[in-house]
Design a protein around this ligand. Structure first.
Ligand code: SF4
Length: 238
């Protein structure tokens, strides 16, 4: 990518950020949390709604007083507790595996990442089985207040429709590609506002483009999108 193209993308992303702040406001800062609690909560949020994952997390911490008790819990019991969040079998196994790996380091805690750089913390957390970029960056952004950018399904869909991400670029590649185009200190606001936009306007099916403040610089809209129900998967080539 040339310097000119990099500069164009940085300016475009800054415009998206400003436009979303005008539409939705500057999100309230999130109070920092415990990174291990955040990691488990983020795993429970995979492939389900906030409501269901919140129910599963509440059920988990009320059934088991410590993370050590979760490691030692019979798998079937854990699956029953996590059922409200969906994919209970997969998530139970993943959570027990991750907690057991962390316990092997000598402390059932992720406080060690507090003293790591973003790159170090990311590499460390990605080492746990079943933990990907989105989960890691959610923990760093929401629990440790770091300036990193998670790309969930809403963020990926909108940035692809806008044309900021090339057609077909995976979320995993996008995690590597995007950060250089986001202004310092802007990751939290951009992430939260893109999710709001995905929930309220740029739906997976039938995005409401006519009321979208981003439509002037949206490739999907410029190609006549906004009325199809193809889930937004049309590429520039369609
Ligand atoms: S114009 Fe339509 S497709 Fe583009 S970002 Fe807005 S709602 Fe999404």
């Amino acid at each position: 990518m040339t310097d000119t193209e990099n500069a164009r993308l940085r300016q475009w992303v800054a415009w998206i950020d400003r436009t979303l702040v005008k539409a939705y406001g500057e999100p309230e800062p999130w109070p920092p949390g415990d990174p291990l609690d955040g990691l488990i909560a983020t795993i429970l949020s995979q492939n389900t709604s906030d409501t269901n994952s919140g129910r599963a997390y509440d059920a988990l911490v009320s059934a088991f007083p410590t993370w050590d008790a979760v490691i030692r819990a019979p798998r079937k019991q854990l699956e029953r507790v996590l059922k409200p969040g969906g994919l209970a079998r997969i998530k139970s196994a993943r959570i027990q595996r991750i907690l057991a790996s962390i316990a092997e380091t000598g402390a059932l805690s992720l406080d060690c990442v507090r003293n790591m750089t973003n790159a170090e913390a990311e590499a460390y957390l990605l080492g746990f089985d079943g933990v990907g970029y989105k989960t890691v960056r959610c923990v760093l952004l929401f629990d440790l207040g770091r300036d990193v950018f998670p790309i969930d399904t809403h963020v990926h869909r909108i940035l692809t429709r806008l044309g900021v991400l090339a057609p077909g670029m995976s979320a995993e590649r996008a995690h590597v590609h995007m950060p250089r185009f986001i202004g310092n200190g802007r990751c939290f606001s951009l992430h939260v506002n893109l999710i709001r936009h995905g929930r309220q306007v740029c739906h997976a099916r039938n995005p409401e483009c006519v009321q979208c403040p981003l439509r002037r610089r949206c490739e999907y809209y410029s190609m006549g999108g906004g009325t199809s129900d193809d889930g937004g998967m049309r590429s520039r080539k369609s």
